[in-house]
Design a protein around this ligand. Structure first.
Ligand code: MG
Length: 302
């Protein structure tokens, strides 16, 4: 077997980092001219990564055939995405202040837009619970505070919470102790990692019970420079986090950094995708990038 070499684009902290990539792996620029690229997710049934340009009010796709294709125009300032238990695209909409599902005919269904009679703030990012199929989404106020990221409006809820939408349609708010909850990812059925882009600027672990309740466990990690906006996990539990200088890869317990994938601009979010789930897609301010890996996304294991 050939000795492993570290691709020049990578910045290893731990020697094992190079093993996560093919020897000739390079960061590839796919598309640019965006203003704030965000919310990538791989939609397997459509062979594409869908992502947002929150500030240009559009969504786009990068297909497995290698083409940039328009999706929604206007997108009503969609931000984060995931797929649900049926593989359908789920979107956080700043403009509609709602969580949406795109049906197989392309039409959109509103899944949640209010809680106890009050409008949501501006859903930011969303994750599928790996066992019970519930959708967990964060609801900070960026889409109503920042004119370039939504249609304005007033905050009706008393806080910026994390919501859980049960498959039966029941909406609850299990996490209410964060400043600006943002990206989130399930490490397992009973562990949710939640990034806070408020003053705290760290990612925290919450234990999730079978009834959908959340209990704070501990701070999991923090990145430097910048803060975690979006994050994903690979099949071995490693954490892939956005940061101001690119993507940081950490051990599952968050205690050690393994290495970095530098990007020329601030990285907001990332996802695994492609036909084998091994391609890492990165939304970094004006551009969409990709990096081949030798692992795959945890959320793609189904
Ligand atoms: Mg976000």
């Amino acid at each position: 077997m050939c000795p492993m070499t570290t691709p020049s684009a990578l910045v290893p902290t731990d020697p094992s980092f190079a093993e996560l990539f093919p020897p000739d792996a390079e960061l590839e620029h796919l598309a640019g001219d965006f203003t704030w690229a965000e919310g990538p997710t791989y939609v397997a049934m459509r062979d594409r990564v869908v992502f947002s340009d929150v500030r240009q009010n559009r969504t786009w796709a990068w297909t497995d055939q290698g083409r940039l294709e328009p999706e929604e125009d206007p997108s009503h300032h969609q931000n984060g995405h995931c797929t649900d238990a049926d593989g359908l695209l789920i979107a956080c909409s700043h403009g509609e202040r709602a969580l949406l599902r795109q049906e197989s005919d392309g039409s959109w269904t509103t899944l949640a837009d209010s809680f106890e009679g009050k409008r949501l703030n501006s859903p930011n990012d969303v994750a599928l619970h790996p066992v019970d199929g519930s959708l967990w989404f964060t609801d900070p106020t960026y889409g109503i505070d920042k004119p370039e990221e939504g249609y304005g409006g007033t905050q009706e809820l008393e806080g910026r919470w994390v919501f859980r939408l049960d498959q039966d349609g029941t909406l609850t708010a299990p996490i209410r102790d964060r400043d600006k909850p943002n990206g989130l990812a399930f490490a397992s059925a009973d562990l949710l990692l939640l990034a806070d882009t408020g003053a705290d600027a760290a990612t925290h672990g919450y234990r999730i019970d079978a009834d959908g309740n959340a209990t704070y466990e501990r701070e999991w990690f923090r990145v430097d420079p910048g803060k975690t906006d979006g994050l994903r996990l690979d099949i071995e539990g490693r954490i892939w986090s956005s940061a101001a200088d690119g993507v940081h890869v950490l051990t599952a317990d968050g205690s050690a950094e393994l290495g970095r994938i530098p990007t020329p601009e601030v990285t907001a979010n990332l996802c695994f995708g492609g036909p084998y789930g091994t391609m890492l897609y990165i939304t970094a301010t004006s551009s969409l990038w990709r990096m081949p890996t030798r692992t795959r996304g945890l959320e793609l294991r189904r």
